[in-house]
Write a protein that binds this ligand. Structure first.
Ligand SMILES: [Fe+2]
Length: 341
């Protein structure tokens, strides 16, 4: 049986092909188009996967997309309405495009693949969870998925046993570790959904001088659940700004301009933001260890690429072993969706 998993139309488009549950090929579209984070339909990645398997699209038994478009569109609409009228620019930039080109993903995918085969839809965080647990060497494990946002979910945790996955708790948009880190990325003058790794790389050069300020942004509870103080964040109503003037006042400086000199202030901010993200992830991981009793942890979602946080979860949360999906970002959703079928 052949299963083709797809992730696309947001960023890091990818395809993955399984034969009888075993991965034959997987690739990101950007490797073929040379466009970083290419979000288009992954035609070249699909062609590569089919070529590796020696089959054509008609030999594929199941096609599965990594998230559910309707709930995602619902979240966008609900957020825009909730923030009206200051969310008008988001409406203008996003909603018509969704209505015209994105809403009917099934037809879009069938047309792009040149087939009438049915298309299945996984959910975003279930795809992440499957990409970690079902690719891991573990028979059972606690699972943590965390990113900017899926349909509504931004962080979820649960348990995997055998081939089953049960997600037990979730944090919903707009409360998001990934978006908190992206706001810091933007404030430091780097591109969101691209240069978060630069913030992680900058962090060890700084000192924890702004940890208290970052803690003000997050209401973290003992079970790891959290809420952001939305007065500091603009991403619900702006497609251009991640943070508000209140954020700038909190840290006492205007945002760094792209390509401007990086100083001690920026390194200290990166260090402090990283520390607080680690605190949140550690709280979740400790809760997961305590409530599941399981010694193994699987992690995916874009925040799962934070290697220092992952190391601390392994060392300090009581787990014996940890498996991080190497393609923890949305490209890995193609693999997870296929594995879950
Ligand atoms: Fe994601």
């Amino acid at each position: 049986m052949h299963v083709l998993g797809l992730s696309c139309f947001y960023h890091d488009s990818a395809a993955a092909l399984l034969r009888d549950g075993v991965l034959v090929a997987a690739a990101e579209e950007e490797r073929f188009t040379r466009r970083k984070h290419d979000n288009g339909f992954p035609s070249r990645a699909v062609a590569y996967c089919l070529r590796e398997a020696g089959i054509d699209i008609e030999a594929v038994d199941h096609i599965v997309f990594y998230e559910k478009p309707l709930p995602k569109f619902g979240r966008i609409i609900e957020t825009v309405i909730g923030e009206w009228p200051r969310s008008f620019p988001v409406w203008i930039e996003g909603v018509p495009q969704w209505l015209v080109t994105k809403l009917d993903h099934r037809s879009l995918i069938q047309r792009a693949l040149g087939t009438r085969k049915p298309v299945l839809f996984s959910s975003h965080h279930l795809s992440h969870a499957a990409s970690a647990f079902l690719a891991s060497p573990f028979e059972d494990a606690a699972i943590l998925t965390t990113d900017g946002v899926g349909e509504w979910t931004t962080t979820a945790w649960g348990v995997g046993r055998g081939t089953g996955i049960e997600m037990r708790q979730e944090i919903r948009f707009p409360h998001s570790i990934g978006l908190l880190f992206s706001a810091l990325t933007a404030y430091l003058g780097f591109r969101v959904n691209d240069a978060e790794w630069k913030v992680m790389g900058l962090a060890p050069y700084g000192r924890p001088r702004y940890v208290d300020q970052f803690r003000q942004l997050v209401d973290l509870r003992p079970d790891g659940s959290f809420r952001l103080d939305l007065r500091y964040f603009a991403y619900c109503y702006s497609s251009r700004r991640m943070f508000t003037r209140r954020w700038e006042r909190l840290f006492g400086q205007p945002p760094r301009r792209p390509e401007a000199e990086l100083g001690e202030f920026h390194a200290d901010l990166a260090h402090s933001g990283q520390k607080v993200v680690e605190e949140i992830l550690l709280a979740i991981a400790r809760h997961l260890r305590a409530t599941t009793g399981l010694p193994n942890l699987c992690v995916a979602g874009g925040v799962g690429l934070n290697s220092v946080a992952n190391w601390r979860m392994l060392r300090e949360a009581g787990f014996d072993r940890i498996f991080i999906q190497p393609a923890a970002g949305d490209s890995g959703g193609a693999l997870g969706a296929a594995l879950y079928v």
